[in-house]
Design a protein around this ligand. Structure first.
Ligand code: GLA
Length: 731
């Protein structure tokens, strides 16, 4: 039963609605689809937003029409194209056989369905039963070329989420080229917005950035071939008074791991257009007659309860309906990873004592990072040769895996399967596998190169090699890394006029191998990684339920990184480790309690040489491990609220609360100590006002309302970087 989509056939109005949201559009003159409303649920629509007619200079009219008061240039549209008279940035550009970009999209038909269709070859939100979502497919047609655009809208019943994507079908006689196909467009009539984005860098990812939206066209995007450290595939448009707890926020996240663009234009009438999709840079997709092209999907949400509510909508849909792994609701093991402990300088004998110590401390998994394969002693060789380095494991990898298992620990391993070193057997045997423009020298980055993932033979080779290692060595966990961005964009398998497809085909190729390997090994826990958080997006999580948040393990730097990341992504997706001090990335010395508190705010682990810890530190680690086991379910699967960001002052605070509101964990970190300390307070959020909560540490009892309205004073600690954790249980 389709009950979340109402179609008023007489007035040609489409209304998607659930308890929280309404999204409305109608068909206007020239069979143009006009956006009317996206926001809080309304029961019905009675035509009050019918496009006001005005004759405006320099905004032209429909072809063949004498009506000067109707212009696509000012109409809030649902999906625009180059080639029609709309001078705002277009959602699509189609190059026709005649060389023009002529395209006049007109409404043709619609279809409503129960459930949600899968997007072939692409990650997307899914349904567990047909009744939990309805889908509307609106078809637009360019009559002259026979090119059709299906606009797909799915609305969920119990999530404040609408997903959107576009499928282009060439039903004409001629080939066309898609130079741009946004996954969605939304036009807001006059509105002052702030834009929130998540820019960053390697070891400095996803900082919450907020700016007033001015006139002109602004793009938040990536052309690095991946979703990138530099600009995460997300933006929010919010009112100027919106904060974490109050105010209107529209959030948009792209379910895609490649080049992306979030284009925002504030126009001459203060209208705001947002386009989200694959970046048009070096994109040129040949669409022969009879073929179709599916764009990635966008998750859209709206709330008038501030940024925490927006994040909750994203967290829930990503965790419940994008993550597919068997581990999606399973408590993730506490691991120790040997990267910052040993880097490349290890062998079986050196690792065993770390494994022994991990066992002593209650840690549950040992992860063997980079350097176990080929003849890899540094980062100059062996990528592509996924066989065991005998010098480091003279009795084979299985021998070491058995040792780890004999200690009752799980065994995990690192791969970087999309890469190739010139110093590798793979390159010597298959130089054509390396992505390279003919006759030009490819550019190294970390002295490594990219495998041409658009090629099936390359993908088959990688799937075989990785599968053999996993199967032969009883691997429980895989960290899937990618340590450079794409360059030398060219595939020897594609003709000259199809090289504009390489970026996207690369991503499709990666998705293909991820799908094959993860479905072949359903019991393995997979973790995504790209030099830390360089491919931390809503697409990758479809294959791998968790991702390494950042190569920066410094607790203070992590405050900002994890704060920003939480804007879109749930704690169950973020991994965080306690590492040694001075920190290897920043040189900062922070207390072990603080390192623990920050790392325990995500999927927890250690990344240091456990054998070098003092006895006192070992006791602390044991305590942390036990504490995390106690709060793990709450942290990984509870609701997360940001309380205060250190960007606004000297303090970061956030909390986790169980869905039943019977347990909460709070983390407060004061960055710098003060000689004359200001008396700051932390007020909690989301508790039950009618219940009492006991502080597990002090046994003091407080009302939920007290903790939220009065709050409590933060402790005065005469040390920099001091974090405190609180654990409350409802009585
Ligand atoms: C990347 C990862 C690190 C580590 C190294 C190994 O930088 O993010 O955690 O695995 O690669 O080379």
């Amino acid at each position: 039963m389709v009950d979340l989509i109402t179609v008023d056939k007489e007035n040609r109005v489409f209304h998607l609605h659930n308890e929280q949201l309404s999204y409305i559009f109608s068909i206007e003159d020239g069979d143009t689809i006009s956006h009317l409303y996206f926001g809080k649920r309304v029961k019905s629509y009675h035509g009050q937003l019918c496009y006001p007619r005005v004759d405006r200079g320099f905004s032209g009219n429909l072809p063949g029409s004498l009506d000067r008061t109707f212009s696509k240039d000012t109409l809030p549209q649902e999906y625009s194209s180059a080639g029609e008279m709309d001078y705002r940035v277009p959602a699509t550009v189609v190059r026709q056989k005649d060389g023009s970009n002529g395209l006049m999209l007109k409404y043709k038909t619609y279809k409503v369905e129960e459930g949600k269709p899968e997007l072939a070859g692409l990650p997307a939100a899914y349904v567990e039963s047909e009744s939990e979502a309805n889908t509307l497919i609106v078809t637009l047609e360019d009559e002259k070329s026979g090119v059709l655009f299906d606009l797909l809208y799915t609305i969920y019943r119990d999530y404040p989420i609408i997903t959107r994507s576009v499928k282009v079908k060439n039903l004409g006689q001629e080939n066309v080229n898609l130079e741009k196909v946004a996954s969605m467009q939304i036009d807001f009539s006059q509105r002052d917005f702030d834009v929130i984005s998540l820019p960053g860098a390697h070891v400095n990812e996803r900082h919450l950035e907020r700016q007033k939206l001015g006139y002109g066209i602004q793009t938040f995007g990536s052309i690095r071939g991946t979703s990138s450290h530099q600009m995460n595939p997300f933006v929010a448009l919010v009112d100027s008074n919106t904060d974490e707890f109050n105010g209107a926020a529209y959030g948009f996240a792209l379910v895609y791991s490649g080049n992306h663009a979030f284009e925002i234009e504030k126009d001459q009438l203060d209208q705001v257009r947002l386009l989200v999709g694959i970046n048009g840079y070096n994109f040129n997709w040949q669409l022969p007659a009879g073929e179709s092209f599916q764009t990635p999907e966008v998750l859209m949400t709206y709330t008038d309860n501030g940024l925490n509510a927006m994040s909750k909508a994203f967290h829930n849909i990503i965790r419940d309906r994008i993550t597919r792994s068997k581990y999606k609701y399973k408590e993730r093991p506490i691991l120790v990873n040997n990267w910052e402990a040993t880097y490349f300088d290890f062998d079986e004998d050196k690792l065993k004592p770390i494994v022994d110590e991990a066992k002593e401390l209650g840690i549950e998994m040992f992860v063997l990072d980079d350097g176990w394969f080929g003849h890899r002693d540094d980062d100059n060789s062996s990528l592509g040769d996924w066989n065991v380095y005998e010098k480091k494991f003279p009795q084979g990898l299985k021998h070491f895996a058995d040792y780890v298992h004999s200690k009752d620990l799980k065994f995990g391993i690192w791969f970087e399967p999309e890469m190739i070193s010139m110093d590798s057997e793979l390159y010597r045997n298959h130089p054509e596998y390396l992505m390279q423009v003919p006759g030009r020298q490819p550019s190294p980055s970390r002295n490594q190169y990219i495998l041409d993932m658009t090629r099936k033979d390359v993908r088959d080779d990688i799937v075989d090699q990785v599968s053999t290692i996993i199967a032969d060595n009883d691997i429980d966990y895989v960290k899937w890394d990618m340590n450079r961005n794409l360059s030398d964009i060219y595939s020897q398998n594609l003709p000259a006029d199809r090289q504009g497809e390489v970026y996207h085909r690369y991503v499709l190729g990666v998705y293909d191998i991820l799908e094959r390997i993860t479905s072949k090994f359903p019991d393995v826990l997979f973790e995504g990684c790209s030099g830390g958080g360089g491919r931390f997006d809503a697409g990758f999580v479809y294959y791998m339920p968790q991702s390494w948040t950042s190569d920066n393990t410094d607790a203070i730097a992590r405050l900002t990184i994890q704060y920003g990341t939480s804007l879109v992504y749930p704690p169950s997706m973020m991994t965080a480790h306690v590492s040694a001090v001075p920190n290897h990335q920043t040189g900062r010395v922070t207390p072990i309690d603080t390192r623990g508190a920050v790392a325990m705010s995500a999927v927890f682990g250690y990344e240091l040489d456990l054998t070098t810890l003092t006895d006192e530190e070992k006791e602390i680690v044991k305590k942390q491990v036990n504490q995390y086991k106690d709060i793990r379910k709450l942290v990984q699967y509870g609701d997360f609220y940001r309380l205060q960001s250190s960007k606004d002052g000297n303090k970061t605070a956030w909390m986790f609360i169980s869905p039943q509101k019977d347990e909460a964990v709070v983390m407060v970190c004061k960055v710098l100590a003060e000689a004359q300390p200001v008396l700051t307070k932390t007020k909690l959020y989301g508790l039950d006002t009618n219940r009492n909560y006991r502080d597990v540490e002090t046994n003091k009892v407080y009302g939920g309302d007290e903790l939220m309205e009065l709050g409590f004073y933060d402790p005065i600690i005469r040390n920099d970087y001091a974090a405190t954790m609180y654990h409350f249980k409802a009585e």
